[in-house]
Write a protein that binds this ligand. Structure first.
Ligand code: URA
Length: 237
């Protein structure tokens, strides 16, 4: 689809129509190596790449991201006592009203998905879709077979209407457990271990669907989700 340059920049989060018009006229935008200072010039948006103040961008109808959330960051635009995960992202994404698909507690680290596509967020977080989330939990007390059996058969948690169970539980060591759930209730993993008389002392989300955080993305860093990643989340844009 063809769009004016000003609309393109606006849709990609570079600011209001007025701000984008000013930016194009003052600094220019490079497209295919050529500078354009006309906000009304039309460009095909499919596969469009452009440069604003020497930074390269690709036109994206929607953005899908993975952030390796560090401990000590809140999943909120208005954090109470800590920094916000949104401070780790370029302002263009905030302007695009990017949202978190399944929040993590302030002390939890690992795989955090974000997007400005509401249907994608619903797909990842809705209990009906059953997208699995895998966590690695460091525990205060040794983990027993009895605790494992209770987590698999389901535990009652305050204010939840039904028992919540783990779809997979793997004891990695005496005090470290990998646990997979297909819901995302409030503090679910910490509360589930609490319900079997243990206590989570460290928590990392390693995987959502078949998408793993891997070793290539250091804490605090983000990257775009590419087609292969979206496939692992069973999401077709
Ligand atoms: N369960 C928790 O208890 N905390 C998280 O951050 C995610 C799942």
């Amino acid at each position: 689809m063809k769009q004016t340059l000003v609309k393109i920049l606006q849709s990609q989060g570079f600011g209001s129509r007025k701000e984008c018009t000013w930016m194009i006229k003052k600094s220019g935008v490079k497209i295919d190596g050529k500078e354009c200072r006309d906000p009304k010039q039309l460009f095909e948006t499919d596969d469009l790449t452009f440069e604003v103040t020497s930074q390269k961008w690709t036109f994206r109808p929607n953005v899908y991201l993975v952030l390796n959330k560090p401990k000590g960051y809140e999943c909120s635009h208005t954090p109470d006592h800590h920094e916000s995960v949104f401070e780790l992202l370029p302002v263009q994404f905030i302007n695009r009203k990017i949202q978190i698909a399944g929040r993590l507690d302030v002390d939890t680290e690992g795989l955090l998905l974000l997007s400005d596509d509401g249907q994608f967020i619903h797909h990842v977080t809705s209990p009906k879709k059953g997208v699995r989330k895998t966590y690695l939990a460091d525990l205060k007390h040794p983990f027993s077979d009895e605790q494992k059996a209770m987590l698999v058969s389901g535990v009652e948690l305050h204010q939840e209407h039904e028992k919540l169970s783990a779809t997979e539980v793997e004891a990695v060591s005496e005090r470290q457990v990998r646990l997979t759930i297909d819901r995302g209730c409030y503090h679910q993993v910490r509360r589930m271990f609490g319900a079997v008389s243990n206590r989570v002392e460290g928590l990392k989300r390693e995987k959502v669907g078949e998408l793993s955080i891997g070793d290539d993305l250091p804490p605090g860093e983000w990257r775009y989700l590419e087609a292969v990643d979206l496939e692992r989340l069973k999401w077709v844009p």
